[in-house]
Design a protein around this ligand. Structure first.
Ligand code: ATP
Ligand code: MG
Length: 388
């Protein structure tokens, strides 16, 4: 049996002129992921990518990997055959035979990309459905609510038969939406935010602020582990680890305690934006979530954002904690995020942070610091770590 994986695009078909470039990007991404898993042939035609095993690459493993590919709206394992009603029936009987024996009811759905095929979709579905009904008398035809749907797709060179497509990761292929800097703490929210931005086609530059000796090597490693998990979806990622202890010490020593968090956030925004501008990134992405903590009131968000010359995107702004957690579990970051190693923000937390900070007061409070020099020093001390 000639088995393949069909990968279907969703929104990319909307992209007009850019469509070819998007498809090529997607194909390249699929190829890159499968290369580590064995020998596979990857090719695309008419907005579908076809993956087949060459020399024993395991199809189940490949299918699992393809589930995580951004830009794939739906995917199915399918059997390929010659474009004739007889071959299509034989293939369905053989390939979906076990499923047809198990199921109580079925229907056939047919689609033709090739309009020169001698039967139209309805005729083909009826024809194959009739033959299958005879071959599997214990499985009733039920066009309304079947347990199994036998799908037939007649494409340019071959026909394909499968038992239903499942939803893919969705979104757009990595990098097709430009670059962003994602501010990655070791928490639950920011890896999810980064994932969601990447799923919309943003290439990520993760930036993490760390404050040794207040934060430990384990905390650093935890964040790098999160970057590594994200790289499974995004491909190569280079994270910037920015030393932040000096800035936090000075804020704690010289600024009113209640403004400490917002001033620290403003430094993060400034430094991250500097990294962005140096790398051609056009926005920051954070895991901020409306109302979650004192630093995430609308007033506090506005004060932090004002320090960034580029837009701040907040993919999880309006999610409930539960929704963010569900995502974290699904994408595989949760277990790492809940490890107890402290984040730099937790080290200098004010006892009573201002929940409604006023920008003018914040600016006055931070003006005692040499903002430019501190920003430049932090950037100069940054360490880069790349994951392939
Ligand atoms: P998270 O779960 O992502 O840590 P949070 O709900 O704990 O978020 P905060 O700790 O207030 O919220 O952080 C808000 C956002 O600021 C984070 O989502 C992240 O984008 C950014 N941030 C916080 N700490 C750091 C850090 N050490 N390095 C980089 N970014 C950070
Ligand atoms: Mg946090």
């Amino acid at each position: 049996m000639n088995e393949l994986i069909l990968l279907k695009q969703g929104e990319m078909t909307l992209k007009g002129q850019n469509r070819r470039a998007f498809e090529a990007r997607l194909e390249r991404d699929v190829r890159r992921r499968l290369a580590e898993l064995g020998q596979f042939d990857v090719r695309s035609a008419q907005s579908v990518i076809y993956v087949s095993s060459e020399g024993g690459g395991d199809m189940r493993t490949a299918f699992d990997a393809c589930r995580a590919v951004f830009g794939v709206a739906a995917l199915a394992r399918a059997a390929r055959c010659e474009k004739s009603p007889g071959a299509i029936f034989e293939t369905a009987r053989e390939y979906l035979g076990a499923a047809l024996c198990r199921a109580k009811s079925f229907k056939v759905e047919a689609r033709r990309a090739d309009k020169s095929f001698p039967m139209n979709s309805i005729e083909l579905a009826r024809h194959v459905g009739g033959l299958l009904a005879d071959a599997f008398p214990d499985c009733a035809v039920d066009v309304r609510n079947p347990e199994l749907t036998v799908n037939i797709e007649v494409r340019e060179s071959f026909a394909f038969v499968h038992g239903g497509a499942e939803r893919g990761a969705g979104g757009l292929p990595p990098g097709t939406a430009g670059k962003v800097v994602c501010l990655l703490s070791g928490g639950i929210d920011s890896p999810v935010a980064a994932y969601l931005a990447a799923r919309r086609g943003a290439a990520l530059i993760p930036v993490h602020f760390m404050s040794p000796p207040y934060t430990s090597e384990l905390s650093r490693k935890k964040t790098l582990d999160l970057v590594k998990i994200l790289s499974r979806y995004c491909g190569r990622l280079t994270a910037e680890l920015v030393p932040f202890a000096r800035i936090q010490e000075l804020i704690a020593g010289r600024c009113p305690e209640e403004y400490g968090t917002v001033i620290a956030r403003r430094f993060m925004a400034r430094i991250a934006a500097r990294v962005a501008l140096g790398n051609g990134a056009l926005a920051l992405v954070t895991g901020e979530n409306l109302g979650q903590v004192a630093s995430q009131t609308l007033e506090a968000l506005a004060c932090a954002e004002e320090a960034s010359p580029i837009p701040v995107l907040r993919p999880v702004l309006t999610f409930d904690k539960r929704e963010i957690t569900d995502y974290a579990v699904k994408i595989g970051t949760y277990e790492t995020s809940i490890l107890p190693y402290e984040d730099c923000c937790a080290v200098f937390t004010p006892r009573r942070p201002a929940t409604r900070p006023k920008l003018e007061k914040i600016k006055a409070a931070e003006s005692v610091l040499d903002i430019e020099a501190l920003t430049a020093d932090a950037l100069a001390g940054a360490e880069r770590v790349t994951f392939e």
